[in-house]
Design a protein around this ligand. Structure first.
Ligand SMILES: *[C@@H]1O[C@H](CO)[C@@H](O)[C@H](O)[C@H]1NC(C)=O
Length: 265
């Protein structure tokens, strides 16, 4: 039976001994041109949602400083030739509607999709101005099976959520809103990358700086690794409260990318 892909099994065999000997990168059976095609006419959309003011019922303090991050990101992604759309202070329902609308746009002439969320939150939860939203609900609009014109194209979700105040226990995660998704449970998340950080704005500052310095030479994953290093080594919190002083943070990268991504072609 010839069910195996001979190319795949061969390259895996080639990979092993060379990796063990610590050979130079790319000399390990991986094709050099295994990167996303970035030759569509447009780079794509970059949606930046900046939630700064929160509804009283959430108990969230207004969160200053993120407008600087939002402006910084706008500049950075415009320089990378993205079509940037900034949105401020959206309600839960508005975010879902915006994401649904954007996922229904025709992305066929675009290389990629970027969504940045700046808010209060946790790793998997982002606060909209009137309550929490599960990030999975946002990302699933853009999965290959839901948004066909982005199938096989890299899709990034970058979130910076300040933990700030602990949310009240008993917040209902599922608000029973019909999100209009036909395909909740199919794990088709290839080509999706999430990068997130949960404290302050060091992550976004570093990300913008590294994207400006390195996009002409490094793949996106390498840039994000540099960002992690920068945040881990250069930043430390300062607070008069000893419990919050001299704290380190490290952003997290969750990659389901299947190729290298360079912001040029
Ligand atoms: C979503 O699309 C509908 C229909 O085109 C439009 O009326 C609505 O304003 C859009 N909503 C957002 C948040 O973009």
């Amino acid at each position: 039976e010839n069910t195996e892909n001979p190319v795949d099994s061969k390259s895996i065999k080639n990979l092993e001994p060379k990796v063990r000997h610590g050979s130079e990168s790319m000399d390990c059976g991986i094709s050099l041109d295994n990167s996303y095609k970035m030759d569509h006419p447009k780079m794509g959309l970059c949606i930046i949602i900046n939630n700064k003011n929160f509804h009283k019922s959430t108990g969230m303090a207004s969160w200053s400083g993120t407008h600087v991050d939002a402006a910084n990101l706008r500049e950075t992604f415009m320089n990378l030739k993205y079509e940037v759309r900034n949105k401020n202070d959206l309600l839960h329902e508005e975010v879902m509607e915006l994401m649904r609308n954007v996922s229904k746009e025709d992305h066929s002439k675009r290389n990629s999709f970027v969504c940045v969320l700046l808010s209060h939150g946790e790793e998997e939860i982002i606060f909209e101005t009137n309550g929490p939203i599960d990030l999975k609900k946002i990302t699933s609009f853009f999965r290959g099976d839901c948004c066909r014109s982005l199938t096989g194209k890299p899709t990034f979700f970058i979130t910076q959520a300040c933990r700030g105040i602990e949310p009240d226990c008993g917040i209902e995660m599922d608000r029973g809103v019909d999100d209009g998704m036909a395909c909740h449970n199919i794990p088709v998340e290839a080509d999706l990358l999430r990068a997130y950080s949960t404290d302050g704005s060091w992550f976004i500052q570093s990300l913008c700086a590294m994207l400006e310095q390195c996009t002409h030479k490094l793949a996106f994953m390498h840039i994000l690794t540099q960002v992690n290093q920068k945040v881990a080594t250069e930043f430390e919190s300062f607070s008069l409260d000893a419990a919050f002083n001299a704290k380190k943070q490290i952003p997290c990268i969750v990659s389901m990318l299947t190729k290298e991504l360079y912001f040029y072609h």
